[in-house]
Design a protein around this ligand. Structure first.
Ligand code: EZ4
Ligand code: CO
Length: 405
């Protein structure tokens, strides 16, 4: 099982995806996701120039050693670009091991801890009524957990709530530069409790509700929000505040029993260590692509299990179906799994490029017995959707101050 060839593909069926394909001397191949939104080509360059040459000729079965080699062996540890390259190789090697064993990856992790993976869907809207109409559709389709986001009245665009507006790329006149949007905490507070009060009266008490603040609040504002939302019994409040200073969450935790979740931008176990071991969060939202692959997420998940923190992986549309598959295998295994973010399997082009065998019924995902990760990559189909430079928006206060503290 010698690593013979490693290829990197970038395609853009709506979003850019960086896909890694590792092929062994036996002709078995595995796939990994190395997508870092807005920095896609940086990962490609790192892989092609510095990572791939070190791996050719190694034994594809040595997943742990290769992970440690890529983590400890470099002078410049950690960081999103570095860890995404490591993650993609790691996923591909797990995919290969599963294919050689004839087993899905979750079997290699220890088998299933549950029948299916509980998903949370996204309900967004230009106003509260529209958000709740969308939430009702998800509830009717059987989703047991729903994330609610609504545009903030008085702000032009609210992050994650584009509604009928065009996508960010079109909104900036197809200019491949980061768009900018305004944020106002007072305006947000004028809307947010109404959203959840109306949600409970329309959707009832059974459905689990989630909200993502996208780190737009300071710690004390987050504490206030958590308190205000307590009557509506959220499953969790995500990314209430930035936490480079992990003590921020100590402050929030002192004031509210609303469960807290964070982690989609974290790159290693060290980024979440204090939050987990001090029990300052309830869900850890790391992504396999951004935190070092299946090997790293398994380690974070086991560590979190000691402190009653549950795994709730990121599931945004800029993670490829290969990453989503890696998450589903971890989710179905993890004794301390919470919930999986899920925005669907994408448009026809995306599903044609990455065919898979996972089924979603009543808001639950069911994995097939396909060996490895159970996702394919159609190289020919991908060629029709070349890389397109695009970025997520930059957030400023209305007076122009750069935001997200
Ligand atoms: O900010 O898609 O939880 N999901 C999210 C998403 C992400 C973007 C970038 O990955 O926060 O809206
Ligand atoms: Co998020």
């Amino acid at each position: 099982m010698i690593i013979d060839k490693i290829e990197v593909f970038v395609c853009c069926p709506g979003r850019n995806f960086v896909t890694v394909k590792v092929t062994t001397s036996d002709g078995v191949y595995g796939l990994g996701d190395a997508t870092v939104n807005g920095r896609e080509q940086a990962v490609v360059a790192l892989l092609e120039e510095h990572v791939i040459p070190c791996l050719i000729g190694r034994n594809a079965h040595d997943i742990e050693d290769i992970w440690q080699y890529l983590y400890r062996g470099v002078y410049w540890r950690r960081g999103p670009i570095n860890m995404a390259a490591t993650a993609a190789i790691d996923m591909a090697l797990w995919d290969i091991k599963g294919k050689v064993a004839g087993l899905p990856v979750y079997q290699l992790l220890g088998g299933k801890s549950r029948k299916g993976v509980t998903l949370y869907a996204h309900a967004n809207g230009e106003n509260i009524a529209q958000t709740l109409d969308n939430a009702q559709k998800h509830a009717d389709a059987g989703f047991k957990a729903i994330r609610l986001q609504s545009a903030v009245p008085g702000l032009d665009v609210t992050y994650g709530v584009l509604g009928d507006k065009k996508d960010y790329f079109e909104m900036q006149g197809n200019r491949p530069l980061p768009p900018e949007e305004a944020w106002s905490t007072p305006k947000y507070f004028n809307m947010i409790t109404d959203l959840f009060a109306e949600a409970r009266s329309r959707l009832g008490n059974e459905v689990q509700l989630v909200h993502d603040v996208h780190s737009r609040l300071t710690p004390i504002e987050s504490a206030r929000l958590g308190k205000l939302l307590e009557p509506y019994n959220l499953m969790f409040l995500e990314d209430a505040s930035m936490a480079e200073n992990q003590d921020n969450y100590k402050l929030i935790r002192q004031h509210t029993t609303t469960p807290l979740a964070i982690g989609e931008t974290y790159n290693t176990i060290w980024d979440c260590k204090d939050l987990i071991q001090n029990q300052l969060i309830d869900y850890i939202r790391v992504a396999a692509t951004h935190a070092g692959g299946i090997t790293a997420l398994r380690r974070i998940t086991d560590f979190a299990s000691l402190f009653n923190v549950k795994l709730a992986p990121h599931g945004a549309p800029d993670l490829s179906p290969v990453c989503l598959a890696a998450h589903m295998h971890l989710d179905i295994w993890a004794p301390n799994f919470g919930v999986q973010e899920f925005v669907g399997f994408g448009n026809d082009d995306l599903r044609n490029i990455f065919p898979h065998s996972t089924e979603v019924v009543d808001g639950m995902a069911y994995l097939s017995d396909a060996p490895g990760l159970g996702v394919e990559f159609n190289e020919e189909a991908a060629k029709a959707f070349p890389y397109k430079r695009s970025y997520l928006p930059v957030s400023r206060l209305e007076d122009g101050t750069m935001w997200n503290w």
